[in-house]
Design a protein around this ligand. Structure first.
Ligand code: BG6
Length: 485
């Protein structure tokens, strides 16, 4: 692992505290970081490093129950706080001086700030020479959401491209760092068994669900301007769809994989304003209960406009116009305050062409490959077997691969894996500019049609699987969401 300095813009923010610093700690604790590597956390406040570390003690440390004190102390010794207000050039002069004086092999600038600051931060980095690829080798990480629509996404990307080459830019989508997503590639392309079945002749439909129990937490203001389509579908769900649907790449090289993903995004059938009512569902949660505890409705949450029409739930029937997938619906669904936290991809295979056995009496999952990303990572193949005894009835069972039990090794979390990839210079699990553009192109007509519509989002009770219209979207095609089967 190369020696690096990681400059964390937004070092006092929510993402740094909840995900980035804990992930860096885990990598440190596992002995994966170069001994000299440093984290330069920045913020607009004039804090000392001691003040900053004291705040981490309160906010980050309690979440790291597994952290022995000496390991935490050594991790803290890597951290320096640097004031960097994007409007103050002198702050950036001092920052660059700190980095250039040490000359680590790699410099990672992680932009975990509000996106409207991205351009001015990049300008400052370039002005102070922190954008060169030679010495030091600088990489820039851009957090989502990158823009609010295609136009603002292009504006940010073009501005950043003035100062950084595409190979220096790591657009992060943390879903691509999840172990099961990479396992999906291993299952598909490492075994001869599945690939022949992975096509329209054998697949009935594909379902991709990311359901959360959480509501908008402390991010009401951001979320109300964003909504589930921009927050989850434009990025995480479409990236998962690409991983399921792409053709086998020629190699594992970064562009080989990204070239295949962009082909899928380009092959997505456009959802026209006329299609929106039939192929999409948008919902908004009302008060209900999660885990037996009452929770408020979306409109009662802090930071939410009382007449907000922002969606907290989306379901979409997507279709891919190519030889492999013509006619196979890809149902996408995501929501806050749903019945349980689950992220999964379900490949639903067709029934046998001619049934010689009586059908099982109960509706049950069968002919399905379920790749679960959360809460546990597992792959489960549901199939029918003979009911034991003197009968020819079939009953469902599953072949299970449960990663936690099968492999008793530590598995890196999504952010940790991606941060290590940036440090090592591996771009394969990051999103290329053209992918982002294409994903915005596909979602934008849906957003525009919803904005122009007089029909509000469909209400659903917190703690359920979303509005009834979501089940109707499937049942119109004769299908059921996996948890209903
Ligand atoms: C983020 C979204 O990208 O992903 C959040 O902005 C969401 O709204 C989160 O809660 C979900 O990530 P995970 O890994 O917890 O499923």
């Amino acid at each position: 692992m190369p020696d690096f300095d990681m400059v964390l813009f937004g070092g006092t923010g929510d993402l740094a505290r909840r995900k980035l610093l804990p992930s860096l700690f885990d990598a440190h604790h596992a002995g994966l970081l170069h001994p000299a590597a440093r984290i330069l956390a920045t913020g607009s406040q004039p804090l000392s490093t001691a003040d900053y570390l004291a705040s981490l003690e309160q906010t980050v440390r309690p979440g790291l129950a597994h952290a022995p004190p000496e390991s935490w102390d050594k991790f803290c010794a890597r951290i320096v706080y640097v004031q960097a207000d994007a409007r103050v050039p002198a702050h950036f002069d001092a920052l660059a001086e700190q980095v250039l004086a040490r000359k680590p092999e790699v410099v990672v600038c992680y932009l975990a700030t509000a996106p409207h600051l991205f351009v001015s931060i990049c300008e400052q980095l370039a002005r102070t020479g922190l954008n060169t690829r030679q010495a030091p080798n600088v990489r820039i990480v851009l957090e989502k959401p990158l823009g609010h629509d295609l136009e603002s996404n292009e504006a940010i990307n073009s501005a950043v491209a003035k100062f950084f080459a595409e190979e220096q830019i790591y657009r992060i989508d943390h879903y691509l760092g999840k172990e099961s997503v990479q396992n999906l590639m291993a299952i598909r392309f490492g075994n001869a068994l599945f690939e022949p079945l992975w096509r329209r002749e054998w697949v009935q439909d594909v379902q991709i669900t990311i359901a959360e129990e959480l509501g908008v937490e402390t991010r009401g203001d951001f979320y109300d301007r964003t909504g589930a389509l921009r927050d989850m579908v434009q990025n995480h769900l479409l990236q998962l769809l690409c991983m399921v649907a792409m053709e086998p790449p020629a190699s594992l090289s970064e562009d080989a994989i990204r070239d295949e993903k962009i082909k899928i995004l380009k092959a997505l059938k456009p959802i026209t304003p006329q299609d929106v009512a039939e192929k999409t569902v948008r919902g908004q949660y009302r008060s209900g209960a999660i885990g037996g505890k009452p929770v408020p409705g979306y409109l009662e949450e802090a930071g939410i406009a009382p007449d907000s029409r922002t969606e907290t739930f989306v379901a979409i029937k997507a279709e891919i116009a190519n030889w492999r997938w013509e006619g196979v619906p890809f149902y996408l669904r995501t929501g806050k305050r749903m019945q349980s936290r689950v992220a999964e991809i379900v490949i639903h295979f067709r029934d046998v062409p001619h049934a010689i056995f009586p059908r099982p009496l109960t509706l049950s999952p069968q002919n399905r490959l379920v790749i679960q990303l959360q809460p546990e990572e597992s792959i489960r193949l549901y199939c029918l077997v003979k009911q034991p005894g003197d009968t020819l009835e079939l009953t469902p069972t599953s072949l299970d691969l449960d990663f936690a039990n099968s492999f008793k090794v530590r598995r890196a979390g999504a952010y940790e894996r991606l941060l290590l990839d940036v440090i090592r210079g591996r771009l394969g699990l990051f999103v290329r500019r053209d992918e982002q553009v294409q994903a915005w192109r596909w979602v934008e007509p849906i957003i525009d049609t919803w904005d122009a519509s007089t029909v509000p989002p469909k209400p659903y009770t917190a703690g359920t699987w979303g509005p009834a219209a979501s089940s109707a979207l499937m049942s119109r095609d004769g299908g059921l969401w996996h948890e209903e089967a």
